[in-house]
Structure formats: structure tokens, C-alpha cells
Design a protein around this ligand. Sequence first.
Ligand code: F6P
Length: 454
Amino acid sequence: MARLVIVSNRVPGPRAKGAASAGGLAVALQSFLAPGTLWFGWSGKVAAETSTEPVLVEGDGVTYATIDLGAEDYDRFYVGFANSSLWPLLHFRLGLMRYTRADFAGYLAVNDAFAKALMALLRDDDTIWVHDYHLIPLGAALRAAGFRGRIGFFLHIPFVPPSVLEALPPARELLHAMCAYDVVGFQTRTHLADFVDCAYRFSGFAVEGDEVVTDGRRVRAIADPIGIDAVSFARIATRAASTAYIQRVRESLVGRALVISAERLDYSKGLPHRFEGFACLLARFPQHQRRVSMLQIAARSREDVVEYQELRRELDRLAGDINGRFSGFDWVPLRYMTQTVPRTKLAGLFRIARIGLVTPLRDGMNLVAKEFVAAQDPADPGVLILSRFAGAAEELTDALLVNPYDPDDIADAMHAALEMPLEERQARHAVLRRAVFEVTSARYCDVFTEALAA
Ligand code: F6P
């Protein structure tokens, strides 16, 4: 059987199993990592120069190979094109997009450097699975370096329609690069359809159904929603709920309903709108004052990108406003933390929460929504409030779906969730649970690798 080579910007490393730092991608792929697999990417370290020789580390039969990024490459590739051009663009935030030709050149150069360093480790019959927006040109770079085997690409974040993509100056180059792969995967049918429209519009290649026909090759586009290891997450949540830490949190609530939100501190997550939604709930439905406590965990992220620094200041201000306006002597409505919280603690917090508030303005999938569902006690489940613009909304239709731009809509949904009778909570949760236990991380990996092998 061909060896599988995974390539992603972040590489978890053998000790990061299930750790908070591992991120959704690493956790999703962890159960799939058979001995013999090679995982290649950035070490997370910034050095004077981008390294040419990967450092290899073994763990459970898996080889993790990483290179450092030079300071200028880090600025142009990671802070620049990946996170200041592509990230806002593909989350429909054209107003936040910043583009320079120098950043794009740096992005291509780092992808070339990845390809060169990886080529030295490859065998002819390897199958390569490339992940996410940092590495769109990697397939073309590997082809240019002489690799002839199968290469697939999966985009973890949304894709946009042609009228949005056209704002990116190198839209055509990017589309061409995506067409160098054998299989291109998306989280939802909507993202796939937008890609096919863009391919038709920008690449100049013919499109037949979900396939793009390039010079003599076919690129197959698939929708393959990512999931979680629901059985294991449910087990972790059940155990965590009886730990001393979670008991302390429970005691601190003194019977109040817990509303929980947890993600990276990112402008795509709709945090200011959500804070306003919570303020709206307290103002419009004062019966919930003193009866509800919201916990927002927003782990600091991409702190070298200006927009993230500004968002942090805005959230500090909004959190202060809300607590200043509504707090009582013995009640602080909003608990707001910017530290990273380990997955086991998160699972326990989800388990004891009455509401999971997941309201990104745009999201590829959103695994927190799925983890919240898996963590619930089916006999007395919490209610998931979910943005209709998260990929997860295509599967989790029994959540309370909201427009995350509308604080009143968020407040109405919170009110409905707080008043919801047990039978309705159970009925909604049963449907959500089936979806989360069916479309798992294992299924996601199988669907993609089967398509790539075909
Ligand atoms: O959501 C896209 C993604 O690349 C995830 O795979 C990852 O967990 C997250 O962003 C982390 O971002 P960064 O690598 O910039 O810290």
C-alpha cells in the first residue's frame, strides 16, 4: 500500500496528542495516523533563514518532519498573504483584506521551500494529502519538482463565489494552483459549488459536473465535512464533569445557567456581535439577569496580525461595558478569558453548560459545535445555538440557527433556549447527536483518502 504523507502548516508533533495546542486538524487526523505515515510542515519556530533540511521526530511509528521559517518568510507568508490576504478574503471580509505583491511572492517562495525540503523525503509511490489555505500552491510546486504520484488538497476554511474571489489580484494563479491537484476537498457542497464556479470563470479550463478538466488531467472536487471522534469526546466530557475543576466551576455558578463559547480570538468568529447579543438578552429579557452566566473563552491567536490586536482591544472594552452595565454585588454576567484551555477541561465545561453559543460570521465547519453536542448528557442536554454561516449548519439543522450579524436574533435564540422544555431539548439533541456520531473524523479521513486513491 502507498505511504500516506500529510502536509499542513502546523504539525502537532508526537507529544501534542489531544492537547489544546494541536488544533482541530491535528485532532481530526490523530486517530487516522497509521504507523509509517509521514507528516510534514512548519516547526512553529521563526529563525534567521527558512531551513532547507527538515528535522525528523518519531512517535508511535509516525515520522514528523518540520522546517523553521525565516523571519522575512514568516512575515510575508504567514502574517502576510496567508493571514492578511487569504484568511479575510475566504471569510468574506474584503474590507479587512490587505495585499502586496511582495507578500504573494513570499507565499509562493515558502511553498517552493516546502516542496524542495519535502521532495528529499518522498518515495515515488507516496500519496500526498495537503491541508489548508497556507499551502494552495504546494501541489504545483511538487509537480514542478518532479513528483508524479497522487496529490490531494483539502481546504478547511470556506471558499467564496467568483464575485468575491476576483478582488484578489492573483485569483487566476490561485485557481490554477488548485487545479494541479488530483482531488480538491471542501467542507460543504456550497464551498464546492463556489470553487467550481470560480474554476469555470478564472482558470480557462472546462468544467464537467464536479470535475475540472485541465490539459489532459481531471481534478475531482468533493464535499467531505470534517467531524470529531464523537465517542471519545463524549467519554472525556462525562469523566471531566466529575473532576474537582468542573465541580468548582459548577459551585461558582450557584445554580445559574451556563452559556459557553470557546474558540480562537479571531474576527471570523463574530465575538463582538455575540457580546452584543448577550447584552441584548439581558436588556430585553431582564428575567434572565442574575440567572445566567456567560463564559467566553477566546484563546489569543495570530498576535502579529494587526486586525487581531484591534479585535482584542475591542473585546476588552465590550466585556468591560457589559459587566459594568449589568453586574450586581454577587453576579458578574460575563466571564471572559483569552488563555488556551485544555480539551479535557473544555469538554467538562461543555457538559455542564445549558447553552453552547457558536456564532461565527463565517466558518469552514466549526468543530466546537460538534464537540458541544457530543459532550451533552442525552437525558438533560444543553441547547446549541449555531450561526447559519458555519459549515456545521448544513448538518446540524436541529440547532437553533441564527444570523450572527443580528444581536436581537442571538438574544431571541438565547431566550428560547433558556425557556425550552426538557422534551424539546432532548428531541433536538437526539437528532444532532446522530449527525455528530455519524459524520466523524474517521469518516472524513476515509472519504478523502478513498477519493484520492480512486
Ligand atoms: O481554521 C484553520 C486553521 O488553520 C486550523 O486548522 C488551525 O487550528 C487554526 O487555523 C490555527 O491557526 P494558526 O495556525 O494561525 O494558529
